[in-house]
Write a protein that binds this ligand. Structure first.
Ligand code: C5P
Length: 294
């Protein structure tokens, strides 16, 4: 049986680094928001073993997070692996959009569904947290507060739909390198951010402590942010640890930015938890609808 599911990207509307922990990770207070730039996972139960097909530019086999997610699922469920997973990749890598984490969560969700929800929500969340800090958020998507490494999730009510322009330069940054460059001081204003949510998208006080270190590592990112403001974005921010920079718009932008060679851009809307997995298909040959890239 085939189950095709969407794996949406995210941005962080707020990301405060509270400090470095003894385990090497950083303690966070963040707000995730799912957006409709999506990978698609085609998960077919009934093949012997565990086989992944992923684009060549991604780690293959056991080094791929999709493989590790499926392996963890079978281990926890106590079943022999019998699955073939094809990953259709649309979310850029090293972009701060959580693509790999979302793929892993989508595999956990799809396998659990194909096996009649053998694992509880709590078990799935624990497996997700072991795979990566952002993976638990992607089990439900929507808007959520992340604490701890980002893996402790508190779901928030859906925000009004917003439009985002995502701009991704041709270079990436590893999450670890941006955290290493973080300088321990923060100007974060959590209460101001929370209160600004009542003002509507045009008034949101977006914030990201990883922006300064990422801009130091790659000064070109600052120029993208300035261009997005010039374009009329209500707010602009680095996505996670970068290198995507997004602009927030109250109305859907209909044009394209003129960008340097190799830069890519998408116009996407925010996603609620209800539409996190999109339209699913359990029939071979039928495809789910995916966001068209521009
Ligand atoms: O959890 P994940 O594997 O996605 O994290 C990738 C890297 O990002 C970690 O190895 C760590 O260097 C850094 N990180 C961190 N603090 C976090 C999340 C990630 O330092 N809260």
């Amino acid at each position: 049986m085939l189950l095709s599911v969407l794996a949406p990207a995210k941005v962080n509307l707020y990301l405060q680094v509270l400090g470095k922990r003894a385990d090497g990770y950083h303690e966070l207070l963040t707000v995730f928001q799912a957006v409709d730039l999506c990978d698609v996972l085609h998960v077919t139960r009934g093949f012997a073993g565990l086989t992944i097909s992923a684009p060549k530019f991604l780690p293959q086999g056991k080094d791929n997070l999709v493989y590790r997610a499926a392996y963890s699922f079978y281990e926890a469920a106590g079943y022999h692996p019998e699955v073939y997973i094809h990953l259709e990749k649309n979310i850029p890598v090293e972009a701060g959009l959580g693509g790999g984490s979302s793929d892993a969560a989508a595999v956990l969700y799809a396998l659990n569904r194909l096996y009649d929800f053998v694992l509880s929500e709590e078990r799935l969340s624990l497996i997700a947290a072991n795979l990566g800090s952002d993976v638990p958020f992607f089990l439900h998507g929507g808007t959520a507060i992340g604490r701890g490494r980002g893996e402790l999730i508190e779901q928030l009510p859906d925000l009004p739909t917003m439009w985002l322009r995502l701009v991704k330069p041709p270079f990436g940054l590893s999450t670890a390198s941006v955290y290493r460059a973080w300088g321990s001081e923060s100007t974060a204003q959590w209460l101001d951010f929370l209160q600004s949510l009542a003002l509507g998208p045009a008034g949101y006080q977006l914030f990201n402590d990883l922006e300064a270190p990422a801009f130091t590592l790659r000064p070109e990112l600052q120029a993208i942010k300035e261009q997005l403001y010039q374009d009329g974005a209500a707010a602009s921010l680095l996505a996670g640890s970068g290198t995507t920079v997004f602009g927030l718009y109250t109305e859907k932008p209909t044009d394209q930015l003129v960008l340097p060679e190799g830069y890519r851009q998408w116009v996407v809307s925010t996603l609620t938890t209800a539409c996190h997995r999109g339209k699913e298909s359990e029939k071979v040959g039928r495809k789910v609808s995916t966001h068209k890239t521009r």
